[in-house]
Design a protein around this ligand. Structure first.
Ligand SMILES: Cc1ncc(COP(=O)(O)O)c(C=O)c1O
Length: 375
């Protein structure tokens, strides 16, 4: 059975170009990039080329501001761990920001509205508590809502705080140009942009404080110890280059596919709502089907080779409700029927046609088995 993959917000496939570029660094040019001999210097040159490309992709002034990490979780933890004072984080952050913030005991959550946009009145009030750091993500991974990081960063700076944004889901989908914006730190992950898992980057503007997270050697200018993951870094560099060259065009194509799914599913199925903002990120679509068990729909789609994600997991017996869907105020009747569909550059028109057909019939089947009635 063919697999139709609509879970690109969870992870993407490695681009063939990135994979080809990585291969020599496993068994041919495998030297430790910190050594002095020639193979090491070749590896180091490849690392520095990737650093320049990642800097170009996010619009950093200086490649030395890029630190290679194991992914966005590590970068987010490193930024938050740098601060010992009060912090503000949005109510819809990824767990790699939300959990360290909560465990610090020094953090407060900024509310969001029903579309997943920051509640500025609440934010403005919280800024009076004089936080040291504000952390708000660029694009939400569950509903695709996009935050105005210029406005949020400007308000943070006026209140004397530094500003971090987890840009993991926004990379390659929007113009970043971080150097010219009121941002001090940004974090991203390779496996969301067709690089491998286990590689990411943290951008810290020159002069912004940054505490080492792991203590060891002097790698990455004393900011991140540990032997460099050269193949992963090379893969990230090539994935970044592809995003620079094609990201904008691909984002526009994904937005057309996303809009088609919304249009056709809404006309085929009753009692469905689209979560997020009117103009969302192009690759993430969150649909809620009223009084319909989302997990059953996901399992049914999976049996047809179609991969999507549910907004809550009830079959585990733990009733794991999405924090994000709860934060936007979705009632249980909508929340339990929420499905995330996420696209990539490799998603085709034909796959979207198949998804629309399968989703329409799966929802109808799950509803009829449950004796669905509205109202
Ligand atoms: C917004 C966001 N931040 C952080 C992460 C974590 O990234 P990583 O898997 O690289 O640790 C993810 C991945 O799910 C994400 O979507």
């Amino acid at each position: 059975m063919k697999t139709l993959y609509f879970d690109n917000a969870a992870s993407t496939c490695v681009a063939p170009e990135a994979l080809d570029a990585m291969l020599p660094y496993f068994a041919e040019c495998y030297a430790n990039a910190s050594a002095l001999h020639s193979p090491a210097q070749r590896a180091k040159a490849a690392v520095e080329e990737a650093r320049e490309t990642v800097a170009e992709l996010i619009g950093a002034d200086d490649p030395s501001e890029i630190i290679f990490t194991s992914g966005a979780t590590e970068g987010n933890n490193q930024v938050l761990n740098t601060f010992s004072g009060r912090m503000l984080v949005s109510a819809i952050e990824h767990p790699s920001v939300a959990n360290p913030a909560e465990e610090s005991g020094r953090s407060q959550e900024i509310r969001v509205d029903s579309e997943g946009s920051l509640d500025y009145e609440h934010y403005s009030g919280l800024l009076k508590t004089r936080p040291e750091l504000v952390s708000v993500m660029l694009v939400n991974n569950e509903i695709g809502s996009v935050q105005d990081i210029d406005q949020i960063g400007t308000m943070a700076k006026e209140a004397g705080a530094l500003f971090h944004s987890d840009i993991t889901q926004g990379v390659g989908k929007t113009d970043l140009g971080l150097a010219g914006r009121p941002i001090d730190y940004a974090t991203l992950s390779g496996h969301k942009i067709h690089a491998p898992k286990g590689i990411g980057a943290l951008w810290a503007r020159s002069g912004a404080p940054l505490k080492r997270f792991m203590v060891g050697g002097t790698h990455e200018r004393m900011r991140r110890s540990g032997t460099l993951n050269v193949p992963g870094i090379v893969g990230l560099g090539v994935a970044a280059r592809l995003m620079i060259d094609r990201g904008k065009e691909e984002a526009a194509r994904m937005a057309v596919l996303r809009d088609r799914i919304i249009r056709e599913v809404s006309s085929n199925v009753s009692d469905v709502r689209v979560n997020g903002q009117a103009v969302n990120a192009p690759h993430i679509l969150s649909l809620s089907f009223y009084r319909t068990e989302g997990e059953s729909v996901i399992i049914n789609l999976d049996s047809q080779g179609i991969c999507c994600t549910a907004g809550s997991a009830c079959s585990s017996g733990m009733n794991l409700k999405s924090r994000v869907l709860t934060a936007i105020g979705l009632s249980d009747e909508w929340l339990r029927g929420t499905i995330r569909i996420s696209l990539s550059r490799y998603t085709t028109d034909t796959e979207v046609d198949e998804l629309i057909g399968a989703l329409t019939s799966s929802v109808a089947m799950v509803r009829s088995l449950a004796g669905y009635a509205t109202g």
